[in-house]
Design a protein around this ligand. Structure first.
Ligand code: PMT
Length: 407
């Protein structure tokens, strides 16, 4: 029976699995166990073979009150709590310290020891607290691994700047246990969509002109995929209907890949009624060409394409009864507020997130974005930031507005 963990008024059940990899900062993780237990969490500890060189498992056993696990194939442990049941047991997995090697293994899906196998098997939120030499931290490949882990929904805590055990100074020190503990508790409190089902559309659509050509737009899918990640981290069950993009969908998302606006319409409409929230982040074509059966030949100087209006997925979702809490996007090159407010009212939405497009930063195919969010009685500006962080802010706002609507 999980125990209760409290933080600023939030009460949650919490089993925390602490995975310790081999770095000098491993000694700090002993304090982390103590702090987490003080908050009422039940803690189980997993150590890599290298971690065993730094701290005795007895220390963690005494502090956690549970046996420490270190072998993937432990004959004694397999029938009691194998790696899969250990992963299932956890409400949160925290890897602290996370060495460069451990981060690389997790980001590439290797599973050659207990820690990396647990990471693959875990369906709970995962946190990593990196600790390594500053040059190793700044190495491009480490940064790529960190970026990849973040895009898979992992929360990265630290590292911090300062003097290092190797005598160098810079980023690479593991965050202090108190900070890691605070982050874990705060993040737990932000699981604001727990138990809800969220449907998100992302990316562009491709509208065929003839068997070899199509009309499309510059959407990369980054905004929609970041929202899928943020919704997952907030505890939701997520279905992602995606146009053609070069992104990997987050683990544990139910991905439906489509190509055309008509296919996106069919996919969204078949699923919308069974979801609590719909977020239309896709850049759906407003018009689709009447497709020619044969390749258009290069003959006259000019040709005319006949375009047919597509069905408005967002407006149709908003007409369902009962309907999900319906959030649209507005991509505008001018009169942002005017057009966003118009879409909010005309399409009968609960909320609309408007962004500028066609500028140097933000909008289509950039890492960053800013949003002006409108609802019937209010609005909020979410300033230019990384799309992952922006998505987290929008998800929190959606949860707040939804709560307000249902109050
Ligand atoms: O994918 P990225 O590169 O990260 O870029 C992100 C983004 C700019 C694409 C995203 O932030 C965004 O603005 N998405 C909506 C783009 C868009 O099509 O906006 P719109 O103003 O044309 O459409 C308004 C709303 O109606 C949107 O929610 C859209 O999904 C929806 N729509 C439009 C047409 C249609 N046939 N069906 C729809 O549901």
């Amino acid at each position: 029976m999980p125990v209760l963990l409290t933080f600023t008024g939030i009460v949650i059940n919490k089993h925390i699995l602490l995975a310790v990899s081999g770095g000098i900062a491993a000694y700090k993780s002993a304090e982390l166990v103590r702090l987490l237990r003080k908050q009422g969490a039940e803690v189980r500890v997993v150590m890599t073979r290298s971690a065993l060189q730094f701290v005795s498992p007895l220390t963690f056993q005494a502090l956690s009150g549970n046996p420490v696990h270190s072998e993937l194939l432990d004959a004694g442990a397999e029938h009691v709590m194998g790696h899969i049941s250990l992963a299932r047991w956890a409400d949160a997995l925290i890897i602290a310290p996370a060495t460069a090697n451990t981060l690389a293994k997790c980001s590439h899906g290797l599973a050659d020891d207990l820690l990396s196998t647990l990471y693959l098997a875990a369906t709970c939120p995962v946190y990593v607290a990196p600790a390594m030499n500053q040059a190793m931290w700044h190495k491009t490949v480490t940064q790529e691994n960190i970026h990849k882990l973040k895009s898979h929904g992992v929360t990265v805590i630290g590292p911090e700047p300062g003097e290092q055990a190797c005598g160098e100074t810079g980023f690479g020190r593991m965050s202090e246990p108190a900070k890691i503990c605070r982050c874990l508790l705060a993040e737990s409190g932000s699981r604001c969509l727990s138990g809800l089902k969220v449907l998100i559309s992302a990316g562009p659509t491709r509208e065929p002109l003839d068997p070899v050509r199509y009309l499309t737009n510059r959407s990369s899918g980054k905004m929609g995929y970041a929202l899928a990640n943020a919704a997952l981290n907030a505890g939701a069950k997520v279905t992602l209907v995606s146009g053609p993009v070069a992104l990997t969908a987050p683990d544990h998302v139910d991905l439906v890949s489509v190509e055309t606006a008509a296919q996106m319409h069919a996919a969204v409409m078949s699923k919308a009624a069974e979801h609590d929230i719909y977020i239309g982040a896709a850049a759906v074509a407003d018009y689709s060409p009447v497709m020619r059966e044969q390749k258009i030949k290069k003959q006259s100087e000019q040709i005319t394409l006949t375009l047919q209006k597509t069905r408005d997925i967002l407006a149709e979702v908003a007409q369902l009864s009962p309907r999900p809490f319906t959030v649209g996007f507005a991509a505008e090159t001018h009169d942002l507020e005017h057009y966003a407010q118009d879409k909010l009212g005309r399409k009968n939405l609960d909320m609309i997130a408007a962004n500028w497009v066609g500028r140097a930063t933000g909008g289509f195919d950039s890492e960053q974005n800013a949003l002006q969010v409108f609802w019937q009685q209010g609005q909020k500006t979410l300033a230019m930031t990384d799309k992952n962080q922006l998505a987290e802010q929008l998800i929190r706002l959606i949860s707040e507005r939804m709560e307000h609507k249902n109050a």
